[in-house]
Design a protein around this ligand. Structure first.
Ligand code: COA
Length: 272
């Protein structure tokens, strides 16, 4: 089973390609950035925190390619645009754009303020819109692959996740609309929908206790949490010529987790 994982770098050659990852300094998004770096890509990334950006840039440079990283909050359109311009100046047109910045916390709809709901919608949905809209002029035509990082909450109504459910459903609809609007330019737009992925802040936020993790495992048909490499493998494949006719798709990488539904399954879980 590890055969493909171990040979991902041998299967895909992204040397000389410009991969730009929004939210790329940690977690799933860093995993995607690192997978492309291992395949030879030049990587541009933005994140909210300078120390995270510095650590990510250092780690990615070890794989040999060029790396550009800077602080930019996806809610700040001017900062995003400046970062895209700088990365474009370094590496040219963007071959792969990954929009994955996200926020989350656990609260019922009545347990969060309007501002709390808006905080997640602003990061996940408006932030994605900013990244996609502003990156459009820098994308390689034809051929660029645009990937939004979604979540099972996009299709599964999940208690304590009204903000994330609404935001990620919006992100996936953005994927479909832009696939239509940008298709004639030779640009493909897809969503990857990771299920629960081990060693991520996201998993710790939604399942912070052993009991919560065990509960979550019980709704994953494959019986394990995903790895960052599982998600990165899909990004590598989706951005390759193998998927040249795939656009407007929302692709779960979740061991079948989304098939188990979401209504109320987290209702009674304890959260830290
Ligand atoms: N329950 C209810 N409301 C909460 C909350 C919780 N657990 N955590 C934050 N909020 C509210 C705050 O009280 C505030 O509302 P208020 O102004 O009415 O008091 C609002 O959310 C915004 O909080 P703030 O901390 O100012 O926003 P931020 O932009 O700094 O942080 C979050 C954004 C809230 C999404 C934060 O969780 C975050 O930064 N997450 C990033 C990391 C992350 O979530 N990673 C996992 C990705 S899957």
């Amino acid at each position: 089973m590890n055969r493909i994982t171990e040979s991902a770098e041998k299967l895909f050659d992204y040397r000389g390609r410009h991969v730009f990852v929004a939210g790329g300094s940690t977690g799933i998004n860093f995993g995607i950035a690192e997978a492309f770096a291992k395949c030879g890509a030049d990587v541009g990334l933005i994140s909210r925190k300078m120390d995270h950006v510095d650590a990510a840039v250092d780690a990615l440079r070890k794989h040999g390619g060029e790396v550009f990283g800077t602080v930019a909050d996806v809610r700040d359109a001017a900062a995003v645009e400046a970062a895209l311009e700088a990365s474009h100046k370094e590496f040219g047109d963007i071959d792969v754009l990954v929009s994955g910045a996200a926020g989350n916390f656990f609260a019922t709809a009545t347990g969060m303020s309007t501002n709390a709901f808006k905080a997640v919608v602003d990061i996940d949905l408006i932030g994605s819109f900013n990244v996609l809209r502003l990156a459009h002029r820098f994308l390689r035509r034809p051929g660029a692959s645009v990937i939004n990082v979604s979540a099972p909450q996009s299709v599964n109504p999940t208690s304590h996740q009204a903000h994330v459910c609404a935001a990620k459903a919006g992100v996936d609809m953005l994927t479909r609309v832009l696939a239509i609007e940008w298709g004639a330019e030779g640009l493909r737009v897809n969503s990857i929908m990771p299920g629960p992925i081990e060693d991520t802040e996201g998993l710790e936020r939604i399942a912070p206790t052993a009991e919560a993790k065990s509960h979550m495992l019980s709704v994953i048909p494959m019986g394990r949490f995903g790895t960052k490499q599982d998600v990165a493998n899909m990004a590598l494949t989706l951005s390759s010529e193998l998927c040249a006719f795939v656009t407007g798709s929302v692709i779960p990488v979740d061991g079948g987790r989304y098939l188990s539904g979401g209504a109320g399954y987290l209702q009674n879980m304890e959260h830290g």
